[in-house]
Design a protein around this ligand. Structure first.
Ligand SMILES: C[S@@+](CC[C@H](N)C(=O)[O-])C[C@H]1O[C@@H](n2cnc3c(N)ncnc32)[C@H](O)[C@@H]1O
Length: 321
């Protein structure tokens, strides 16, 4: 039996679900996609033929690992990765850093304990003497657990996979400002941005023919059932992604196909859905270079360079504080 969380302290997940499903329009936060099943589905998404993002960014890192290693070779550094996930692409960089015998410690940050455990295990197997310090939690609360860097050790922050696209531009600006406030002049931030391109390519990446992205979205309803004692019937919801070429917003919605009520035991909450009412699930913003430039200026960061894949579908922007 699920203990009603109203009698205990509500977890952040429970509070956010309560808030999102009591709002008009309803929404759920995409950071909660990533439980063990969500991690598994996201790994499948990264392998999908339509999901060009991972392949483009892997190409960028493969091509430019040598440039980054050259830039970092003269000074020890703490490599902090926000939303590290399974670190598949980061491994390309780490392999190069290991080969060049750079002096660094690696701090992967992720909200999913499950994926951090997996990451730590696979890294330790491959490089037993690499110093890995996983930090679990929401970005900034997890960063608070990070030990202070020693004098003369620079911080290098990775924020890959276009995860910054899960924020509006205004939120990305305050996120980068908050991040910069924790860094020192000369520290570096490498941010992956998915670029505006043919809308058909973008939409297909969020509407794959194998329906894995649909299942990834629906998994959050299953998660509410599992962890909060909900009685969602996910088959009563339709996955609906769309791309808006001016804002660059790719949005995902789950739309109720019928009039229905869902009860969430841990919240003692009944949620009513009218037929064709939507839950706003995820934003994946696509950028152009003018917007990235503008964002960097607003956040007080200098753009050092843009690493791009050959098709120019994606960029890893290197910023300096
Ligand atoms: C789109 S995936 C990208 C993973 C990896 N960086 C990559 O490029 O393949 C986003 C990752 O960020 C994590 N994440 C999402 N929101 C987060 C948050 N608010 N705080 C910490 N981690 C978060 C997720 O658990 C997931 O592993």
């Amino acid at each position: 039996m699920i203990v009603p969380e109203t009698t205990t302290k509500l977890s952040a997940f429970a509070q956010d679900v309560q808030n999102g499903l009591s709002s008009q329009p309803k929404f759920l936060q995409s950071k909660y996609f990533y439980d063990a099943e969500g991690d598994r589905l996201f790994q499948k998404i990264m392998d999908l033929p339509e999901y060009y993002l991972t392949r483009c960014e892997a190409e960028i890192l493969q091509t430019h690992a040598v440039d980054l290693a050259a830039l970092l070779r003269n000074q020890p550094f703490d490599l902090v990765e926000l939303g590290a996930g399974d670190g598949l692409k980061t491994r390309v960089l780490l392999a190069h850093f290991q080969e060049k015998q750079l002096q660094y410690r690696y701090f992967p940050v992720d909200i999913s304990r499950n994926i951090l455990d997996h990451l730590e295990e696979t890294l330790q197997q491959r490089w037993p003497d690499l110093s890995v310090f996983p930090l679990e939690g929401d970005y900034f609360s997890a960063l608070k657990k990070m030990p202070a860097s020693e004098a003369n050790v620079r911080k290098v922050v990775l924020f890959l996979g276009s995860t910054i696209g899960n924020m509006t531009m205004a939120d990305a600006e305050s996120f980068l400002q908050q991040l910069r406030a924790q860094l020192a002049p000369g520290d570096l931030i490498l941010v992956g941005f998915d670029l505006k391109k043919n809308p058909e390519l973008i939409l297909a990446a969020y509407n794959d023919s194998a329906k894995v992205t649909r299942d990834f979205n629906l998994n959050l309803l299953h998660r509410i059932n599992r962890e909060l004692g909900g009685n969602f019937q996910p088959e009563n919801f339709q996955h609906w992604p769309l791309y808006q070429p001016i804002t660059g917003h790719t949005k995902s919605y789950l739309i109720s196909k019928i009039d229905q009520e869902v009860y969430i035991e841990a919240l003692n909450l009944t949620v009513k859905f009218a037929a064709w009412e939507a839950i706003d699930m995820e934003l994946s913003k696509k950028y152009d270079f003018a917007e990235i430039e503008h964002l960097a200026t607003l956040a007080g960061l200098k753009v050092l360079t843009y690493f791009k894949d050959r098709k120019e579908y994606f960029t890893d922007a290197l910023f300096m504080v």
